[in-house]
Write a protein that binds this ligand. Sequence first.
Ligand SMILES: Cc1ncc(COP(=O)(O)O)c(C=O)c1O
Length: 368
Amino acid sequence: MTARVADHGHPRRWADNAIRLIEADARRSADTHLLRYPLPSAWAADADVALYLKDETTHITGSLKHRLARSLFLYGLCNGWIAEGTTVVEASSGSTAVSEAYFAALLGLPFVAVMPASTSASKVALIEAQGGRCHFVEHSADVYAEAERIAAESGGHYLDQFTNAERATDWRGNNNIAESIFSQLRDEAHPIPDWVVVGAGTGGTSATIGRYIRYRRHPTRLCVVDPERSAFYPAYEQCRSDVVIEESSRIEGIGRPRVEPSFLPDVVDRMVAVPDAASVATMRHVSAVLGRRVGASTGTNVWGAFGLLAEMVADGRSGSVVTVLADSGDRYADTYFCDDWVAQQGLDTAGPAAVLAGFERSCRFAFA
Ligand SMILES: Cc1ncc(COP(=O)(O)O)c(C=O)c1O
């Protein structure tokens, strides 16, 4: 009988070098800061609580998505899906594509970002400046099919952050965001936080943090904050996965029209639905306190964190809360920081601003 051998071995030199380039880039980069947020002086001296912001704006591409983009490229390379000349395609609301365009340029690969037409002009400029091509769709729910189609027609690879985010990230460690936060807290008064608060876009960040907390057997709880026009909160509340929302989220980076495969509700301890007006009011409040502009999703995150801190103080508990400063507000001068835009959207920030004033004065806070 003749020996039968099927040899599909692909040349690995290009991929080896691509992985080296990504690893070398990571080695030249520093970890992001964990900032201590200055809580209101009116009550903070009498309350033994602390709030930390993981400042993800200091990544080279300016947002939390830098971690995800690196992981998705490594996942594609190590799975043999990305090779020399592969056109890389992604469905994104903007920030992920900015970071992926950076890695595509690093590897000399063509990159196409499929995004909603509403994506901010500054993100489009950042993608194009790195040689990426932007392809727009009218409704954010259409990005997936369009990205898949473009990848199929070009013989390219669809990175598919919404499916692969939770699996491309090493949730046990490898300096993922959770491991970095816990190691940076080590010498603090309350090194194991009571809560970590994050939003969900793909759901990958919350999946990584939730799994890491369980793996390390920490008592920390994970709270996911969700904006209006997002499927995650109603799906979590009703224990469903088939919720679909017609309109697009107005808080860039978080909130999705469908329950993304990377969102893992079983590792989430609590969800809070945050009104968009509260996200914008808190974003402006935090920007004033820090003396630098933060993005709207940071407003969503901090609104959730303030509510949990108020709960802890009301219960007489001490401890810490961590949330994420996901991207800078500099990208949003024409939207969340523009009064006309906020008014056009019908967002009334007066109510949330009064809640924030109550938090400043006496640590009283109501989520509703
Ligand atoms: C701007 C922004 N993008 C993305 C995310 C979460 O991303 P993902 O769920 O894709 O990990 C957050 C979470 O706080 C965010 O604030």
